[in-house]
Design a protein around this ligand. Sequence first.
Ligand SMILES: *Cc1c(COP(=O)(O)O)cnc(C)c1O
Length: 436
Amino acid sequence: MSTTPDTTGRTTGRAAERARELDAADPLAPFRDEFLLDASAAGVPGVGAYLDGNSLGRPLRRTAAAVEAFVRGEWGGRLIQGWSHDDRVGDGGWMDWPTDLGDLLGRVALGAGPGQTVVADSTTVLFYKLVRAAVDHGLAAGRDEVVADTDNFPTDRFVLEGVAAERGITLRWIETDPAAGITAEQVAAAVGPRTALATFSHVAYRSGHLADARAITSVVHDAGALVLWDLSHSAGSVPLALDAWGVDLAVGCTYKYLNGGPGAPAFAYLAQRHLGVLRQPVQGWMGHADPFAMGRGYQPDPGVRQLISGTPPVVGMVPVRVGLEQLERAGIEAVRAKSLLLTRFALDLADELLAPLGVQVATPREDGARGGHVTLRAGTSGADFREVTRRLWAAGVVPDFRTPDGIRLGLAPLSTRFAEVADGVAALERVVRGAR
Ligand SMILES: *Cc1c(COP(=O)(O)O)cnc(C)c1O
């Protein structure tokens, strides 16, 4: 097919103009200037349109300063004394950071009251600890099944396979539509008297489908089981109300929408009512009721600190705090409002520019069923989306590729401009046309 410069030019022009209007009317626009936007690395082309904030958020400028201040003042200045409370500096020691930061995260992003959240480990490790705790609890009551869905993130599925082998339980898989996600009806049909635990992603990593966490939690509870939500793609993007929804357990990343940086520590939520009832298996000295007693026999901390095992990643928590403080100033409701406008804009442009080429939208169109990213599939376009992604990266447009044929546009509301969406979709259109 020959290109039609007139039409394309005009459409792209309209998209750019619409993007300018949306950016001008965006109440969160000033927050973007808080990010380190002018950074570059030798040999790597600059990023013009960053559309992968759902995989790795951008750093804040304050983060660079805060990490340096920590190294010089806290680590370098206090050395081993930094672990303990010190009246001279008026600071609780690093020992308290996992729970203090957990409380901040609970308040700003999770809808969780204090004393139920820790920041530690990776999402994978925390997921393992909570799954094992729930499975052991269920087994004691004769419940030997875990319900999950086939489109959940690989690490979750792999951990479940491992726990099933370890504990001799059965995994009951719900087949979900990869262009949608888990529904309360599907869960109701799968849970029963043998279910110990049901676990799902709140926002599906592939499609961006937003599950009805309140309804699903209640369906799981009706069957007498516990629910564990993976919030990796919702924390910092979608308002959460873990306490109000009656959620039992949750985990998630801080390096996606929370901008904590590569490998930043994860978080786990354990509802107050389960403290002292559920028990996680990785018993380490840092989760002990009195770590420095160094005595015989493990005695878990009575609080949520019991979820911790070894020495917490303190340096990695510095950027997480900076990100959460920014989110608190912006407000999660405002973030969600912009997120919906960003994804709506991306969907409109995809319909206008990419659908005629055969590209398919694999993200729910209903606002209430959509998280913070938009997934496009190669469909009948004839383009190899892995190769398309490579060319986009080389051109400074950075979405990500997910097998088998998806390109995800991750739109982080605090750092993404509507102009980036317009530029990104226009670049995608050019590359797909060229690849046919
Ligand atoms: C990103 C992501 C993870 C990542 O787990 P890590 O232990 O940080 O590698 C886990 N679950 C979901 C749903 C994710 O999107």
